[in-house]
Design a protein around this ligand. Sequence first.
Ligand SMILES: [Zn+2]
Ligand SMILES: [Zn+2]
Length: 434
Amino acid sequence: MPISSGLNSEIIRVGIVLPEDKIQEINISWSPKLDLESNVPDLKTVHNISLIVEGDHIALKNLPNIKSQTSITISCPDQVESLSTKYGFHIDSVVAGRGFHWEKRIEVDLPGKLDISIQDGSLKVINFVDVEAYVACVATSEMGSEAPSDLLAAQTVVARCWSLALAEAKHLTDGYDVCNDDCCQRYQGTTFLTNHSLKAAIETRGEVMVYDEQVIDARYSKNCGGMVEAYDTVWEGGKVPYLIPLWDAPEQKTGYAVDDFEAHFGYDEAYCSSKRFENVNLAGMLGKVDVSGSYSRWEQTMTKVDILKNLKKYAGLIWSSIDDIRIMERGPSARIKCLFLIGTDENGHRAEQMVKSEYGIRQMFSDSFLYSSAFEINNAETLRGDDHVVLKGVGWGHGVGLCQMGALGMALDHINYKDILKHYYPGTRLTSLS
Ligand SMILES: [Zn+2]
Ligand SMILES: [Zn+2]
């Protein structure tokens, strides 16, 4: 039986500049040595273009002799062997962290084809890129330059499976397969590409994990907190046989209760426990953007005023106070699936609201985005008198599938990438797509 996947092509379409970014002008440059093809023949002799929206056309600001276009394509070779650091087209202003408080503009270098057009009065840039090249770039963006080779190999295979399975298909109606951001997988092209991650991509080329002869939907997150979460705690659609709860540790612990938070807090044997990384340069291994703490254990304060603001922002409710927060249901890793807010509305009447998803809970209890929904509220009973709540939690991210810090812990224990993958995706088989 042939192996099936969601992406029926060797090329993946990545949204880089999106209409919602409302970008009116971009600068793209490239090396004179780049083997360039374009639908605008004159571009073969230049090395940078400054594109600006002019009605429903794209004007070339620095090349007034070239007439404006409805769409521009430029392309260069994108086989994984042709890649190197900063290879391809350099774009000066791409949004990263879309919609989050850390949203910023970054510069990226992209291999393959860029398709530039106008939608809703703003620029839209789609990168058509070979899946193997994309996977090498994603693994680099997710990892630091000092990542052990088995961690990189595991991350590369996981990124490949996630891309090919295309289970979430969040953007198909927008004309691309994935976006360049954490919403899908972080992709910054060849900007930070290392020889190390290129080697991992070439050495694992075409390797995927399958279940029932289908490429698996390989979810991953930064830190599970000690126990890997079940798929159906976080997403709709029922159970997934290989995304199941398991202790992120050499041995599976038994005899604990789901709401036994002490079992989670006191669990230091986990591969992702911060105890394992006391003498490790985490930033070098897991990437510079993310690491200012270990996040396997955390504590945050949220004022009641800020919860009320979020209630208005995300649920459209105007309340004058919050009086009680009740946790209704947790997943196996202690991530909250559902909680109940009780308060007073603007007319002084008792009001109630259910917050039903892991994502919604992380939005509601933070002014940015809470590390995880695996937390307990220390002062829920005394809430009426206090002006804030103290959240004590574990883990960073949804916790389903591969735990990146746990995979690092395993790689540092000299466990090879095949066994790392087997640990996080039980019941799957590693095979080659060739
Ligand atoms: Zn996305
Ligand atoms: Zn973990």
